[in-house]
Design a protein around this ligand. Structure first.
Ligand code: IPM
Ligand code: MG
Length: 374
């Protein structure tokens, strides 16, 4: 009997091929799992008007963890056009399934390690070891948005903030509002997760990345709470950096930083920057982690133009599988994957196109699987 039940959500574009690659490596280390495949993505939006069908949510509820591939999303008008004819004009609205899963399952910590593997020709520097902790359930992704803005909303805002005055002449349909919602609980648990990680893995600093000098209430709350939480971790320094400056410092001195913690949108942005410093999205994995469930994914998108070509770098998906093993407590198997990836990259014999090589997705996976399986 398999020890684990894993939800397997390949999604769109290159999602299925990179997950196939990850599976090869998981099989090679002897991970005993039953994989339960679920429907998610563009195809189900078109056919059913729902990119995350209820039956898929049930699969997630009945598994130990999930491996997620990639998803195609398109702007509002295009999404409506691609809907099957009988569903059009019926009020279906597209939403991002991964964002929905994060919120539905309260997977509050998006953990994104960006460590340079020695010998990767795409490294910006060889000595980079960053881990981004991105708040994953609130902030600008809360989904509380208005367009056109109802009069009641505008009136309520005007009554409580003189700053609304400047917009009083703007017609309702020429005004759009997206709320950036922070909670004490949301801030505290992501900051604590970052400090716990720093403590466990020996990072000397945690940098909180916000913009409290301008976005005083939300960013201000995050930084205040970070200072409170930091008191529980005397050996770890809390650094405070504004998000714009952080982008500059990450290009200037990325080797000086360790664990970074930020809110949903800023975390999204700095994690792409951090990923590029260590080779790009082909190397960037993410764990969406909650109290009792977690979803692991490569950070890259569905890359439709490469779909079915087996050209993309599967390392991100393989490292996502490795993170899943760590989370499940299968640390010895996780370590073997990490070391196998490091060896293949250091040898440089098998390289996908992004690294200037001509290996296919599965050849790269095979090379890693072969070393991990020993
Ligand atoms: C990511 C992606 C997603 C996000 C998209 C695909 C909705 O950019 O995981 O970083 O914005 O969170
Ligand atoms: Mg992103």
């Amino acid at each position: 009997m398999a020890k684990y039940r894993i939800a397997y959500l390949p999604g769109d574009g290159v999602g299925p091929e990179v997950l196939q690659a990850a599976r090869m490596v998981l099989d090679a280390v002897g991970f005993a799992a039953e994989y339960v495949e679920g429907d998610v993505g563009w195809e189900f939006w078109r056919k059913e008007g729902n990119p995350l069908p209820e039956r898929t949510i049930q699969i997630l509820k009945n598994t130990d963890a999930c491996l997620f591939g990639a998803i195609t999303s398109k702007p509002k008008d295009e999404a409506e056009k691609e809907l099957s004819p009988e569903l059009r004009g019926k009020g279906y609205t597209y939403f991002s399934p991964i964002v929905a899963i994060r919120q539905l399952f309260d997977l509050y910590a998006n953990v994104r390690p960006c460590r340079a593997f020695p010998g990767n020709p795409l490294n910006f520097r060889e000595d980079i070891d960053l881990v981004v902790f991105r708040e994953n359930t609130e902030g600008l992704y809360s989904g509380v948005e208005f367009h056109p803005v109802p009069d009641e909303v505008r009136e309520a805002l005007s009554a409580h903030s003189p700053k609304m005055q400047r917009f009083s002449d703007v017609p309702a349909d020429e005004l759009a509002i997206s709320c950036r919602i922070f909670t004490r609980r949301g801030c505290e648990r992501i900051v604590r997760a970052a400090f716990e990680y720093a403590k466990k893995h020996g990072y000397p600093t945690v940098t909180v990345v916000e913009k409290p000098n301008v976005i005083r209430e939300t960013s201000g709350m995050m930084v205040r709470i970070a200072r409170e939480v930091a008191r529980d971790y005397p050996g770890i320094d809390l650094w405070e950096t504004n998000v714009d400056a952080m982008c500059m410092w990450l290009v200037k001195n990325p080797q000086d930083y360790g664990v970074l913690v930020s809110s949903n949108m800023f975390g999204d942005i700095i994690s792409d920057l951090a990923a590029q410093l260590v080779g790009g999205l082909g190397f960037a994995s993410a764990g969406n982690i909650g109290e009792d469930y977690a979803v692991f994914e490569p950070t890259h998108g569905s890359a439709p133009k490469y779909a079915g070509k087996y050209r993309v770098n599967p390392t991100a998906a393989i490292l996502a599988a490795k993170m899943m093993l760590d989370w499940l407590g299968e640390t010895e198997k996780a370590k073997r994957i990490q070391e196998a990836v490091a060896q293949v990259l250091a040898e440089g014999k098998v390289r996908t196109y992004d690294m200037g090589g001509d290996a296919s997705t599965l050849q790269m996976a095979e090379a890693i699987a072969e070393k991990a399986g020993r």
